[in-house]
Every structure is written in structure tokens, then in C-alpha cells.
Design a protein around this ligand. Structure first.
Ligand SMILES: *[C@@H]1O[C@H](CO)[C@@H](O)[C@H](O)[C@H]1NC(C)=O
Ligand SMILES: *[C@@H]1O[C@H](CO)[C@@H](O)[C@H](O)[C@H]1NC(C)=O
Ligand SMILES: *[C@@H]1O[C@H](CO)[C@@H](O)[C@H](O)[C@H]1NC(C)=O
Ligand SMILES: *[C@@H]1O[C@H](CO)[C@@H](O)[C@H](O)[C@H]1NC(C)=O
Ligand SMILES: *[C@@H]1O[C@H](CO)[C@@H](O)[C@H](O)[C@H]1NC(C)=O
Length: 759
């Protein structure tokens, strides 16, 4: 369907006065091959100019025997010229064979001289002349219509008024007139108008050889729109009147163009057009076929099929469907609400011809630069990893040329990964990325069934030219590899320190997928802070030190030899909640003095009685009830172990607390007779006290000095506090804390806290 055409670029030095300022056109420098391309296509001249060649401003002038004519926007529309940029940025010039200033020889040979004028950075204009020559190989239809980008055109084969022949070529139809009709028109509108009046309204009538032509822009004053099969049509119902052989001839010059834009259906662009444009059809409609093309290329049925285009006739509507990415289309990328999106455009040519009772043959042509809205598209990630090669291999794409990958980051630290771009012959490309399983971004984990799972989280940052919009694509790729040997499970190790118990977790094969439990409680920052724990993270192990006086400690034995602290620790897999390993660890701590308030209502106290002058014999001390003697003594210390409902213990209620109090005494009877008589009281008296909250409110810590001058923090063991004698010369002990641990999560209802008693 492309007609051979000749084009001559004459690079001769011509100086032309084409601008008011009479600018000088310089001699064009040699032009790279492929800069210009011209084609003849059915009823139009086409000229393409490569984007890189255009100056800061470009325009087209046309030249005929009368001189050079500047094509303003309005003149171009009236005269049948179209200029636009295609999606590649190339300048496209399209002229109707019936355009003004075309040298028409018998409606079969057409010549047009065009000047491309480009303005250079230095303000100089360069002119490039083209002689376009086409011959009409397709027979002319009796009536032909063109729906161009900016105008509608109808040409009718008819007796051209003799008046026109007598005048100069392509002179406006003189002494003639026009009539326009609109639904619901007024009388004023219907009245005949002179050609001058019509021209002022934008209706341009001319003749060419044996045809009469009407051309007008869209949305002209006397146009109207109708809906045909749901598609909007713009119609101008015009009649051209002119005298012919003594009579007035009336020629129907009605034009109608479908105005709808393209829509998207999934991955297809759709453009519907009514099969029958009823304003243009009179009587019986006889379809004589249709064809489509892209730019100047006519698409044969096999090409249409190869490219995946479709033309469907459904319910009186012809629907042209073009798949995204098909040859001849252009994809523009964008970002819509953070998501990668694409818009498809295609420069579509659609031609339909028919016969009806009035017109032997009508040819109707549309040029439509169709463009869809942006639709979200998820980039496709293909995982080509072969796990036995221990190498992640992925590709992301396919992207149109306006997308470029800025970087890829992986994993927790956001390490940059390297990639390669894979180009395709059609101009699109994809990205390929390789990362060995040993890469620092790759996480590993042992999973059930003897497999090790390698995970690579990826964030692709991509940009879109020319405006540099950024979008991201996140993905996580996973590969499981059978392990040769069973992995080493995480190992727990316990150590005893001066302060408390130290637990070490050696990671083994598990990476960051475990949690540590101290007893029944998950180790988190809250617990660390509350318990006064010290944590440390090393390359291959993790350690936590739990102080002896922490509420999470269990005390197993209290004797003069020391106190045994016991801790139960376990490692739990986060995902499976499986206990990977557990440890029960005990440490013995030497304490000189100690008070233990046991949850079952028992007090154990170890006290040093040697500090009095003279020293008190520990084995002779008793509680308030003199029958309660130490359970154990050595040379300086005594250990009492008694139930709070015995040995003379006094129970009182203080606010929200139950307070149990007793005293360790050295009975009077044993005071030697040579002591001064003023010493009537026992020289040794230690008040011991346990406090329990009466209401359970989770974890409660209480501090309570027996003597109001003492205070202490519940979590810290008492260091050397005052060793102060009371007024009466007695030693007063500071009893510290009872801790109650309650709650559904915690199995143990009550734990105890020990504090050494210092005097
Ligand atoms: C155009 O106007 C004429 C005169 O009123 C009318 O007969 C004809 O049906 C109109 N054509 C269309 C397409 O409306
Ligand atoms: C380009 O070619 C690639 C590889 O053959 C293909 O996957 C892709 O769909 C094509 N893209 C377009 C826009 O034609
Ligand atoms: C990757 O690119 C994004 C987007 O440009 C940028 O914000 C980020 O800092 C880059 N990351 C690295 C590691 O370069
Ligand atoms: C992708 O990951 C990055 C960093 O990991 C995050 O900031 C971003 O919100 C994620 N984007 C999406 C779409 O999930
Ligand atoms: C205290 O006495 C009770 C009852 O005789 C006994 O079960 C417990 O083991 C004793 N505790 C210590 C620390 O000796």
C-alpha cells in the first residue's frame, strides 16, 4: 500500500526572504544519513525528521510558483497540513494530496516543495528544501473523508464550477455559498452563507482537479456531536451551493469523525469506532472493507496476526485492539502511587470504505495518535537459581528503554549488589543479577528435613527517563539446599560470675532465628532492663548475665556454706516454636549475711554476731521465742530457718502489705555478771522483716528499711550500708525486699528475693 515516491533534497545555496525580518538561511552542512525519510501513503505525503537534527525551533514552509508560504497553525489546518512529534521525538510532517500549494496534475501526480527551517542556538535559521512527489495509485472514491489530528476533510468528485477553472488554480470557490444544518437548528443558522462568511467560521472550501474540498477544524461553530453505538461523533452537516450551467448545484459535504480516545483492557489498547457512521450513509450500506496501518505502514492480515493486533466487529462497533509492547507501538513508563506503570501509544491509521444509495464509493480515513492512561504493571522477577551451584540468579524485566536500574540492595545491611543489563533486539532490556550463597546479604537458616534455607531479600531502585521518577521493586528469593551433615544446633553454656550467672548462647547453624527464654519469660529489652541483666553480642555467641538478686533467679539451698542460685534457660526457634536447646544452671554464692523471705511463708536468715563488743556467741542466739534456736552455726554466724507463724513472729498489716517481723537476740541470762549494770537489754538484737503485698499486682518490689534511716534499691544487693548502732546500742538490720511475681504467663506465683543484711 506504500506508493513509490521520489524525494529530492537539493542542497543548494538559496537565500530566501521568508520571515518578516528577512532572515538569512545558511547553507546546510552535510546531513547524516537517515535524518530525513519521506513516504507516500494513500492520500498523503509524509516527511520524518530525526529528533537529533532539530534545532531549538523548527517549522515547515511550503513553496509554489507564487513563492514561499509560512504555515501558521491555522493555515496548516485550513490547508491540510499536520505537524507533530512522534513518541521517539521525531518531527512528523503530513500533507494531504489535496492540500493548498500542492502541484496537482490530473488528480494523479502530486508534487510539493517543502522547506524545513530549523533555528540554531546562535539564532540563525537553516533551511532544507524537499521536493516531495507522489502519485495516486489507489483510485479515488467518489467521496473521500479524512479525520486528521486537527481537522476534518471531505472531497467530492463532481462537476467543478466553471467559474473555478476560469480563475487561477485553487482559487476559492467564488460567488457560491454554503448551508449548515444542526439538530434543533434555528432559521438564522440555516440561512445560506457566502463563502467568505463560511471561511470566517473556519470552513474552507477549495477545488482540486475534479474534486471539491471542504476542510474545517474540530469543534467548529456549526459542528455538533452525537453518540453512535456509544461512540462520540463530531458532525458538520454542510451543503455547498454553486452555480453550474445556469442552475444552482447543491453538494452534500457532510463530514463525521469519531472522537473517542483509546481505553485499556488488561494488556490491550482498545479503540472503538462505529461500523456505520450514520450521518454519512444514505440508504443501503454495503461494506467494501477496511484496513489499518501504523504510521505509513499498512498492515496486511498476516502482519496484523503476527503482531497480535485485532479488528473485531461486535454489536455494530469495530474495535481495534493493540497489545502492549506489540511492534509499532510505543511504551512510556511512569510511576502511579509509587507503582511502576505504563502508557501505550500507537499512531493508528484506519480506513473504511462503503457504498450506499447516494454515494457510489465513500472512503473514510482516520489518523489517530492513540495513547492510553497509565496502568500499573508489576515488573516480572524470574528466579533462575540452581541451588546446587550455590548461586542466586535472577532476572527482572522486561523494561522499555526509558527505565534504568539505579541500584540493587540486598538484605539487612542494604549491601549494593552488582548486575548486568541484557538488551533485546526490539530495544527493550532486562536485568540479571547473580549473588553467591556466601554473599553477606544472604541469610541462612537450618530448616526441617535436613535442609538449609538461603534467603536473599532484594530491593531494586529504578528510575524513568527523562524526568528521573524513582520506583522500587522488592522481592525475596529463597533456595533450599540439602545438608550433607546435620547442622550443629545452638549450644548453651553456663558460667558463674561474682555477680550472678552468665549464660552463653553459641549460635551454631541457626542464624538469628531463635529467641532466648529465661525460665518462662522471653528475653527482651524490658526484661533486660528490669532484671538488671548485662547482654553482649559477639560474632558467634551471645551472652547474658543474670544477677543473683534478680527476680528470675530461683534459690535452691541456703546454708552457711552459701546460697545456690538456679536458672533455667532455653533457645526457641521463632518460626517453629521448637525448643532447640535448654540448660539448667546452678551457681553457689558465698554470703556472709542473708535474709530470705520464702514464698511459702518461711524466713531464712544468716547473721554474723561477732561484731558486738564483746562478740556474741552465735550458738547462744535465739528468736523472740527463746525456744527457737539456730538451725546451724559456726564460730561467727548463725542460721535460723523458721515459719512465719511460729517463733514469736509478729504479723501486721501496713497499707497494702503484710509485714512479718521477728528478732535475733542474745538472751539476758547469758550476759556475764561483770558487765556494767546499765546493760539491761540484750547486747545483740537484729530485727528481721519480710513484707508481702496483700494484693497481687504483677511484679511488685518493695523496699523497706526497718529503721527509717535506711533505704535501698530493691534490685541491687546491699553493699556496705551503715554499720550504725541505734541509740540503745543495738544493731539494726536492714531488711530489704520481697518480690511477688504473678500473672497468667508465669507459672511460679511467688519468688523470693534475698538481700544480705549488713550491720
Ligand atoms: C443534514 O441536513 C439536512 C437538511 O436538514 C438533512 O436532510 C440531513 O438529514 C442532515 N444530515 C444529517 C446527517 O443529520
Ligand atoms: C522485546 O523482546 C523481549 C525478548 O524477546 C520480549 O520479552 C519483550 O516482550 C519484547 N518487548 C517489546 C516491547 O516488544
Ligand atoms: C539506591 O538508589 C536509591 C534511589 O536512587 C537511593 O535512595 C539509595 O540511597 C541507593 N542505595 C545505595 C546503597 O546506593
Ligand atoms: C521495599 O523495601 C524498601 C526497603 O526495604 C522499603 O522502604 C519499601 O517501602 C519497600 N517497598 C515496597 C513497595 O514494599
Ligand atoms: C528450712 O526448714 C524446712 C522445714 O524443716 C526445710 O524443708 C528447708 O529445707 C529448710 N531450709 C534451709 C535453707 O535449710
Amino acid at each position: 500500500m506504500t506508493i513509490p515516491c521520489t524525494m529530492k533534497v537539493r542542497a543548494i545555496k538559496i537565500i530566501l526572504c521568508i520571515l518578516l525580518l528577512c532572515a538569512t538561511l545558511s547553507t546546510p552542512t552535510p546531513v547524516p544519513v537517515g535524518t530525513f525519510r519521506s513516504e507516500c501513503h494513500e492520500r498523503h505525503f509524509w516527511l520524518f525528521v530525526r529528533s537529533g537534527f532539530l534545532g531549538i525551533m523548527s517549522r515547515f514552509d511550503v513553496q509554489d510558483h507564487q513563492g514561499v508560504h509560512f504555515l501558521s497553525g491555522r493555515k496548516a489546518t485550513e490547508c491540510g497540513y499536520t505537524m507533530l512529534f512522534n513518541p521517539h521525538g521525531d518531527l512528523v510532517f503530513r500533507a494531504s494530496f489535496l492540500a493548498c500549494h500542492v502541484n496537482n496534475q490530473g488528480d494523479s501526480e502530486f508534487r510539493l516543495k517543502v522547506w524545513l527551517v530549523t533555528r540554531q542556538v546562535n539564532g540563525r535559521d537553516l533551511g532544507y528544501p524537499f521536493l516531495l512527489h507522489c502519485s495516486a495509485q489507489w483510485p479515488w472514491g467518489f467521496r473521500e473523508l479524512v479525520c486528521e489530528e486537527s481537522y476534518m476533510e471531505v472531497s467530492i468528485n463532481g462537476p467543478v464550477p466553471a467559474a473555478l477553472h476560469s480563475g487561477q488554480e485553487k482559487k476559492e470557490v467564488g460567488k457560491s455559498g454554503m448551508m449548515f444544518h444542526r439538530p434543533g437548528h434555528t432559521k438564522e443558522e440555516v440561512r445560506p452563507r457566502t463563502m467568505t462568511e463560511a471561511s470566517a467560521l473556519g470552513y474552507h472550501v477549495s477545488e482540486s482537479g475534479s474534486r471539491i474540498i471542504l476542510r474545517c477544524p474540530y469543534s467548529s461553530p456549526l459542528s455538533y456531536t452525537i453518540k453512535e453505538k456509544g461512540v462520540e461523533l463530531e458532525v458538520v452537516n454542510a451543503t455547498i451551493l454553486y452555480p453550474h450551467q445556469g442552475k444552482v448545484l447543491a453538494i452534500d459535504a457532510t463530514v463525521a469523525c469519531s472522537m473517542n480516545e483509546a481505553t485499556v483492557d488488561g494488556t490491550h489498547l482498545l479503540w472503538p469506532v462505529p461500523h456505520v457512521l450514520s450521518p454519512l450513509v444514505h440508504g443501503r450500506f454495503r461494506d467494501r472493507g477496511m484496513r489499518i496501518g501504523v504510521e505509513t505502514l499498512a498492515l496486511s492480515e498476516s502482519v496484523i496476526k503476527d503482531r497480535g493486533y485485532e479488528i473485531n466487529l461486535r454489536d455494530g462497533v469495530v474495535e481495534v485492539s493493540v497489545p502492549f509492547g506489540a511492534e509499532g507501538t510505543h511504551i512510556k513508563s511512569g510511576v502511579l502511587e509509587g507503582q511502576y506503570s505504563q502508557s501505550l501509544s500507537v499512531d493508528l491509521f484506519y480506513m473504511h470504505q462503503w457504498e450506499d444509495d447516494r454515494w457510489p464509493l465513500t472512503q473514510h480515513r482516520s489518523f489517530r495518535f492513540l495513547k492510553t492512561a497509565y496502568v500499573p504493571r508489576t515488573p516480572i522477577l524470574t528466579d533462575n537459581t540452581i541451588s546446587s551451584q550455590k548461586l542466586f540468579s535472577v532476572s527482572l524485566g522486561v523494561f522499555p528503554p526509558d527505565v534504568s536500574l539505579h541500584n540493587v540492595t540486598g538484605g539487612r545491611e542494604g549491601d549494593a549488589l552488582s548486575w548486568v543489563q541484557v538488551p533485546y533486539p526490539n530495544g527493550s532490556h532486562s536485568y540479571q543479577l547473580h549473588a553467591p550463597f556466601s554473599h553477606s546479604s544472604v541469610l541462612q537458616k537450618y530448616i526441617d528435613g535436613g535442609y538449609r534455607r538461603y534467603t536473599l531479600p532484594l530491593t531494586f531502585s529504578l528510575t524513568i527517563s527523562p524526568h528521573g521518577e524513582v520506583f522500587y521493586h522488592n522481592a525475596t528469593i529463597v533456595s533450599d539446599v540439602q545438608e550433607q551433615t546435620a547442622p550443629e544446633p545452638p549450644r548453651l553454656e553456663g558460667k558463674c560470675t561474682e555477680r550472678g550467672l552468665l549464660v552463653l548462647l553459641h549460635y551454631g547453624a541457626l542464624e538469628r532465628s531463635w529467641e532466648l527464654f529465661i525460665g518462662d519469660r522471653r528475653l527482651d529489652w524490658e526484661l533486660v532492663e528490669m532484671g538488671g541483666f548485662t547482654v553482649e553480642t559477639e560474632e558467634d555467641y551471645f551472652s547474658v548475665e543474670i544477677p543473683l538478686y534478680s527476680p528470675d533467679m530461683t534459690y535452691e539451698e541456703v546454708s552457711l556454706q552459701g546460697v545456690v542460685g538456679r536458672l533455667e534457660v532455653s533457645v526457641v526457634d521463632i518460626d517453629t516454636l521448637k525448643v532447640e536447646n535448654s540448660l539448667i544452671h546452678r551457681c553457689t554464692f558465698r554470703v556472709r549475711e542473708l535474709l530470705v523471705c520464702l514464698p511459702e511463708g518461711r524466713m531464712v536468715v544468716v547473721t554474723d554476731t561477732s561484731r558486738t563488743i564483746p562478740p556474741t556467741q552465735p550458738k547462744h542466739t535465739t528468736l523472740l521465742d527463746p525456744s527457737c534456736v539456730p538451725q546451724e552455726t559456726d564460730s561467727v554466724r548463725a542460721l535460723f530457718n523458721f515459719s512465719m507463724d511460729s517463733c514469736g513472729t509478729i504479723a501486721t498489716v501496713e497499707g497494702d502489705f503484710l509485714v512479718y517481723e521477728n528478732q535475733v537476740l542474745f538472751p539476758k541470762e547469758l550476759i556475764t555478771t561483770d558487765d556494767p549494770p546499765s546493760h539491761r537489754d540484750s547486747p545483740y538484737r537484729l530485727t528481721i522483716q519480710c513484707r508481702y503485698p496483700a494484693i497481687d499486682t504483677g511484679i511488685v518490689s518493695i523496699e523497706h528499711p526497718v529503721h527509717p534511716t535506711f533505704a535501698l534499691s530493691p534490685m541491687l544487693p546491699l553493699k556496705h550500708t551503715q554499720r550504725e548502732a541505734s541509740r540503745s546500742g543495738q544493731y539494726v538490720a536492714v531488711v530489704c525486699v520481697a518480690i511477688v511475681v504473678m500473672g497468667a504467663l508465669i507459672a511460679a506465683t511467688l519468688k523470693m528475693l534475698c538481700c544480705p543484711i549488713k550491720m
